[in-house]
Ligand binder design. Sequence first.
Ligand code: GLN
Length: 536
Amino acid sequence: MPQVTKYVFVTGGVASSLGKGIISASLAKLLQSRGYSVAIQKLDPYINVDPGTLNPYEHGECYVTNDGAETDLDLGHYERFISIPTSQFNNVTTGKIYQSVISKERHGDYLGKTVQVIPHITDEIKRRIKLLGTKHKLDVVITEIGGTVGDIESLPYIEAVRQLRWEMGPRNSAFIHLTLVPFLSASGELKTKPTQHSVKELLENGIQPDVLVLRTEKSLSEDIRRKVALFCNVEPEAVVESIDVKTIYEVPLLMLKEKLDLTILRKLNLPASEPRLDDWIHFVNKVKNPSQKVKIGLVGKYVQLPDAYKSIIESFVHAGAANDCKVELELIQSEDIHVDNVEQKLGHLKGILVAPGFGHRGIEGKVLSVKYARENRVPFLGICLGMQCAVIEYARNVLGLTDANSTEMVRNTPHPVIDLMEAQKGITDMGGTMRLGAYPCVISKNTKAYQAYHKTEISERHRHRYEFNNRYLEQFREAGMHPAGVNPDTNLVEIMELSDHPWFVGVQFHPEYSSTVLTPHPLFVDFVKAAINFSK
Ligand code: GLN
């Protein structure tokens, strides 16, 4: 094992959304399978301190770490691939960098000096990059640089990693550049010119990539590989094809075939033992060849952009494989669900998930969906706002509290069954002030939750301001909706279940953040199982 932490930097060119996150996670998986300790981090060039205040339409899901950082959704991929929890140190934004440089400046740390992008901003970037490796004494840290080479806002990051390579000396770092090789159907050709230009752009900034990963719809011929190698100044075996595949979980196996990991290990002067990927291969086979299908609906309001529900969607892939079943997930716009069409919208589903969310838009469609699931005994999973909707629905339609609501939706509702936490009441700053990160929960036996987890003490991640209002707890319990899980320190309700229903579970936390390929989340696994049973 290496004496020092080695670094792999991943940049992207030609177009955005080429899948740098998946390539980074796949390489990490392969290095891990060969016995190395690895971590992946993401550098995001935007000025928000974190994506917590961004609309999901802008940036997809906001992923939450155990220590309560609101981060980029790529961190979710990192965890799902290598099953190692991330933390605030795995995501750096320009906002965070400037925030700490400016607060040092105010403190007087640079007294007498002009504070500049180079060296002060680049130094702070370098410090953050190295923090992760030294903190955990890792063998390899893979650093994904968000954005596309040539963007104005990426420049300080590119300069920082150029300096790092120079400082670390040869064989301690490697650069991967991911580009697109478009296929022009008119001429029937794959085009390498955009890749050549993109590498030129990197070279102008002082970086010669070691490895090129080329995203393509069609297989690359030997000729094309040789051409790219020659014009971009890389070894022919360092030109890696990344062809479109059915499932992202196949990408590590594809990269193994392309020897991406071996090339990187050679560049880093590290030995290669045999990879151990049996579990992974087994999982991919299950995903690709399921023996049954089940249709589950996800009722939410950000359905135009599935990335807004990334972790939930992936959790169903994991839980599906665990049940040897393909989950056909249908995303349903909650605003479109009304009393007169609820049967038509939901009638064909074998399970209903009501999604997390914020604000009142679409809320009544969610409440109707809960009612449908409850009355028709359709397996139901409510997550965060989804659980809150289940509580509101029960209060209105079973307890007879007709105007029950969350104070998030109607501030002075007569029956605030979901209410702002006491600690949230004085808060005026919106950034990073929700109840965030992992909290303990104690589960009661004889509940669906206990059947799923097989234990009474769990810890799950949160991201919300509102809670079940314990003033109503007895009324709910007497009527048949009971708290199956409670926070042992605060008595806040974490899980609500219906006793008289085949599978009806609402959770205030976010189980989707901690489902991984090799450890599918027990609640998702049991929810899918219940949906399969329901379909029989
Ligand atoms: N808007 C709700 C709250 O803040 C639920 C949040 C969520 O679903 N993540 O409590």
